[in-house]
Write a protein that binds this ligand. Structure first.
Ligand code: NAD
Ligand code: LMR
Length: 336
């Protein structure tokens, strides 16, 4: 990487806010952000890290900052830590809303809404007050779709489409399973997308997916798809919690990097999954934050892929997941 001091045409520094910076995911995410993995080798970043106002969070965050410093990342121009949301979002152009309680064994992600929902009201208000008007927000904290829905309602001065939630991890899990099953490289798997809610009801769609140019359903059979693939992808978060005793962190951070990278720089014509406020496409009620196949056009924008003919099963699965999003929206009515 060229030293920024000698770089002929460096882009302006991007202020990036990460909440929950002292947590599990933060520990993987921050180092990759500071290395240039999201905004590219020509764009310096300033990290603005938000944590809860308590001595333990402050102590851990101090240690994380010491390690960031020790990495001597050429693109990292500064680190600010705070427990004041407005300070954290000041001038931010990219925001990762990670700070929220993770679920424990036996809980569903929706069970977290009472604890986590109010965080996204406060942070939506602070983003509205302090962030750049074209800020790009990625909600990771669960239940991420409904938290993003709460958040944008409290940021009326910022375009709703700028609030997204993370379902890229579900897409990455799908791709990894398909590559392992067929023995093909992960990069040869194209067009896999995950629709609906980041929950057990998600629809991991491979109807239009190709693997090394061959339709996925010519390489994997329906029994494997129904009996192994769908439940494995839908329950992967639970399986990781059972194995690690903590929820996914490095893979979640990696998916967050992929999501923001493609949104910022473009997905090169590839279909990727983002949970975004519905524009009414595919019968999903307007405003619900739903996983869709999108294409990121390279100018910080994305478009929901239109005109897909879902199978009868696909439609039914999407309807079921959307019904759950509607129930969650009803549940958080008092927070809107
Ligand atoms: P963690 O408990 O290790 O870390 C969370 C951090 O957030 C803690 O340091 C905590 O102090 C901080 N925090 C809590 N409330 C805050 C607030 N109001 N402001 C600022 N910071 C706050 O949890 P984790 O493993 O990093 O997971 C974070 C969230 O991400 C969880 O809700 C988890 O379920 C979710 N998650 C989502 C996905 C996804 O695919 N969407 C994947 C993995 C995890
Ligand atoms: C995941 O999918 O790994 C996360 O949403 C964490 C969880 O609770 O499953």
């Amino acid at each position: 990487m060229t030293c920024p001091a000698n770089h002929p045409k460096l882009n302006p520094t991007v202020r990036v806010t990460v909440t929950g910076a002292a947590g599990n995911i933060g520990y993987s995410l921050l180092f990759r952000l500071a290395s240039g993995a999201v905004f590219g080798p020509d764009t310096p970043v300033q990290l603005q890290l938000l944590e809860r106002d308590n001595p333990n969070s402050a102590k851990v965050l101090k240690g994380v900052c010491m390690e960031l410093f020790d990495c001597a990342f050429p693109l990292l121009t500064g680190i600010k830590t705070t427990s004041d949301p407005k300070e954290a979002f000041d001038g931010a152009k990219a925001v990762f809303l990670v700070g929220a309680a993770p679920r424990g064994a036996g809980q569903t992600r929706a069970d977290l809404i009472t604890t986590n929902g109010p965080i996204f009201k406060t942070q939506g208000e602070a983003i509205n007050a302090a962030a750049d008007r074209n800020v790009k927000v990625l909600v990771v904290g669960n239940p991420c779709n409904t938290n993003a829905y709460i958040c944008y309602h409290h940021a009326p001065d910022i375009a709703r489409k700028n609030f997204t939630a993370m379902m890229r991890l579900d897409q990455n899990r799908s791709i990894a399973q398909l590559a392992a099953k067929t023995g093909k490289p992960v990069c040869s798997v194209q067009g896999a997308a995950v629709w609906g809610n980041h929950s057990k009801t998600m629809y991991a769609d491979i109807e239009r997916c190709t693997i090394a140019g061959v339709p996925a359903f010519d390489l994997v059979d329906q029994d494997w798809y129904h009996d192994f693939f769908l439940p494995t992808v839908a329950d992967r978060g639970t399986a990781i919690i059972q194995a690690r005793g903590k929820s996914s962190a490095a893979s979640a951070a990696s998916a967050a990097i992929d999501h923001m990278h493609d949104w910022w720089l473009g997905s090169n014509g590839r279909i990727v999954t983002m949970a975004v406020p519905s524009d009414g496409s595919y019968g999903v009620p307007e405003g619900l934050v739903c996983g869709f196949p999108v294409i990121c056009t390279g100018n910080g924008e994305y478009e929901i892929v239109k005109g897909i003919e879902l199978s009868k099963e696909g439609k039914e699965r999407l309807e079921k997941s959307v019904k759950q999003l509607e129930e969650e929206a009803e549940h958080v009515k008092a927070l809107i």
